[in-house]
Ligand binder design. Structure first.
Ligand code: SF4
Length: 337
């Protein structure tokens, strides 16, 4: 019996990527879907991969693997050859990077081709016809890359020319409308799928500014600092310390979740208040100022913020500081974006 051909799919989890996998699998190809993650998108899946794989298998009959591409992604962000979108989002180079990484996986598992759920005209920057061509050229994939949802509008790829895929049986989607996709999903028995998502956090105006600022000030980007920059209110302290203060319970948990050795955790001891994380702290004055910032965001009993007892926890011990809230003027000078 001839061996079943294998294709590697870029899997975002959106409807188009689900359908792209299913229409190719329907032609007898074994599809291995890859969900790439970085701190800018879907990073939490690294700690819940098994549940995620099960969910995608049960709901869509797709085998998916989660792959962390943070390191090459952070390097690429210094200078993406195709530039940025409206904010700090390098959409074209993001796609190119993912497809290059997928090609490595394809080679490793003796796959025959790659596929994505791109649809011509669906996204302004990365899914124009000329951009699709640039993406395949610069990712070095050329005819290896099948876009099964709009293949009829593109040059036949190797998978079609070799007969692995019958392009006549593929759908023919174009533009931003989704009615065709929803109808096709119904034919596969898929009725529960995610609504179209906006971009990743690099398309968020404020978060993109924070990340850009950090890129402009250092040549030593690391994932832990990037994850720090994406949480809560942010402050830069006079002696080099960075402070993140949670704005709600979810962010307080997130602050705890990104703690690294050497970081300090600050919490009000005598009233409800936020959780704060202090990083790159080299000076006790930054600790005192952080406590004063925590006091500023504690619940007020009557009008103005109050003198507060703040617990400071480092890698070894806890200590208690009494802190008066910072003034509004001081606050404005320390907060970033
Ligand atoms: S929005 Fe973010 S994840 Fe999506 S293509 Fe652009 S940079 Fe990549």
């Amino acid at each position: 019996m001839p061996k079943q051909p294998i294709a590697i799919a870029l899997f975002s989890g959106g409807l188009d990527s689900i359908l792209a996998c299913r229409v190719v699998a329907a032609q007898g190809v074994k599809v291995k879907a890859i969900k790439f993650v970085t701190p800018f998108f879907d990073y939490d899946l690294l700690s819940t991969e098994e549940q995620y794989r099960k969910k995608i298998r049960d709901k869509y009959d797709i085998d998916v693997e989660v792959k962390d591409i943070t390191d090459p992604y952070l390097r690429m962000l210094y200078d993406p050859p195709h530039g940025f979108g409206k904010h700090f989002n390098p959409c074209i180079d993001c796609k190119i990077l993912m497809i290059r990484e997928a090609k490595k996986l394809m080679t490793a598992c003796h796959g025959s081709f790659l596929l994505t759920g791109e649809v011509i005209g669906q996204r302004p920057m990365s899914q124009r016809k000329d951009t699709l061509r640039i993406i395949e050229r610069d990712s070095g994939t050329d005819s290896l890359l099948l876009r099964p949802l709009c293949a009829g509008s593109l040059k036949p790829t190797a998978a079609e020319l070799s007969g692995l895929i019958d392009r006549e049986k593929l759908p023919h989607f174009n533009g931003r409308g989704r009615s065709g996709q929803i109808k096709l999903a119904g034919e596969f028995g898929i009725t529960d799928f995610p609504s179209p998502a906006g971009g990743c956090v690099l398309t968020d105006r404020n978060l993109a500014k924070r990340i850009r600022m950090h890129y402009n000030e250092t040549t030593e980007i690391n994932r832990e600092d990037i994850r720090f920059l994406l949480v809560g209110r942010q402050f830069r302290l006079p002696h080099g310390g960075w402070l993140a203060i949670g704005r709600d319970e979810k962010e307080n948990d997130a602050v705890m979740g990104i703690r690294q050795p050497g970081d300090l955790i600050l919490r009000a001891d005598d009233r409800p208040g936020p959780t704060a994380l202090l990083r790159h702290c080299r000076n006790q004055e930054d600790v005192s100022l952080s406590a004063a910032l925590v006091a500023r965001y504690c619940k007020k009993n009557s009008g103005a913020p109050l003198q507060t007892m703040v617990t400071v926890t480092d890698d070894r011990a806890e200590s208690l500081l009494s802190a008066a809230p910072v003034s509004e003027e001081q606050l404005a000078g320390l907060q970033i974006l």
